[in-house]
Write a protein that binds this ligand. Structure first.
Ligand code: ZN
Length: 285
């Protein structure tokens, strides 16, 4: 591709991956509402209009992002942690870094699309390429959890205020907080559009971690929020595959548009292996 039009043509949908899975809580959990609970507890949980627990996509995406940040180093990928000074990784998601390099972006912008894309490539870390940055929309979208099963009751637990210096309970200062009991089950859906090999390796490694068990929400240091994934299903479309493309363009039902991509473990293990084998080794053979 030699001109900006050809580059721009590459922006359409080329590949899409969809994961559907069940997220199951093995312990009680809480995603705080930031206000009093319906039970008059001090710290409420987020409930929908019919008083059922909500697992927001934004919470899931935040957790997925931090899982990817933690695993990025092991995959040989860069994570800015939203802080250039601390991580040493150049990325426009750090407000101060962006402020300092904004002038060079304007220059690249004036030169044309190729320079602009090159600039974004050089000034965005691998995690922000997947999850989005001020310069680039996220390639990953994660749904709110669809509630499939729960205990149909919100529990209230007692807490005491701990003095940070002495690490002992402050006399007379008690509070209570709401939790959703263990055993809650949600269906979640993760969509990835036009992923790079690095995106696939990051997401794959995060899925293995979530499948084996992770935690989400508040008070995880007190053992709340332990979850794991069950029954991960993988589907997608690659427009360079004529059969998959035809199916995507002509299927009359949403669930028929994407093709089954087989076993998720095999699929993502392949991507992680490729990420870990240096390109030079492959080229030299
Ligand atoms: Zn970043």
């Amino acid at each position: 591709m030699t001109n900006d039009n050809a580059l721009a043509a590459g922006f359409g949908l080329q590949q899409k991956i969809r994961l559907t899975t069940f997220l199951v809580f093995d312990t009680a959990w809480r995603i705080g509402s930031g206000k009093e609970g319906e039970t008059m507890s001090d710290l409420g949980v987020v409930l929908d209009p019919i008083s059922q627990p909500v697992l927001p996509g934004s919470s899931l995406k935040g957790k997925l992002r931090s899982t990817c940040e933690t695993l990025s180093h092991a995959l040989g990928l860069r994570a800015c942690m939203l802080n250039y000074e601390a991580s040493g990784v150049k990325c426009t998601s750090d407000v101060n870094y962006y402020h300092n390099v904004r002038g060079t972006y304007q220059e690249a912008f004036q030169k044309g699309l190729r320079d602009r894309l090159q600039w974004i490539e050089e000034n965005t870390c691998d995690v922000c390429k997947l999850f989005g940055s001020p310069m680039q929309a996220s390639r990953l979208c994660i749904s709110d959890g669809m509630l499939k099963e729960w205990a149909s009751v919100v529990q209230v637990r007692d807490g005491v205020v701990i003095d940070r210096d002495s690490q002992t309970a402050v006399n007379g200062l008690k509070y209570d907080y709401e939790v959703i009991p263990s055993g809650s089950r949600f269906e979640i859906c993760i969509d990835l559009e036009n992923p790079t090999d690095q995106d696939m390796a990051l997401l794959g490694a995060a899925l293995f971690e979530w499948h084996s068990g992770s935690s989400i929400g508040g008070f995880t240091s007190r053992g709340l929020g332990r979850f794991r994934l069950e029954n991960i299903q993988l589907a997608g479309v690659n427009m360079s595959d004529s059969e998959q493309r035809m199916k995507f363009l002509t299927a009359t039902k949403t669930e028929d548009r994407l093709s089954d991509l087989g076993d998720w473990e095999t699929y993502f293990t392949g991507h992680i292996k490729r990420q870990l084998s240096p390109a030079t080794e492959i080229e030299e053979n």
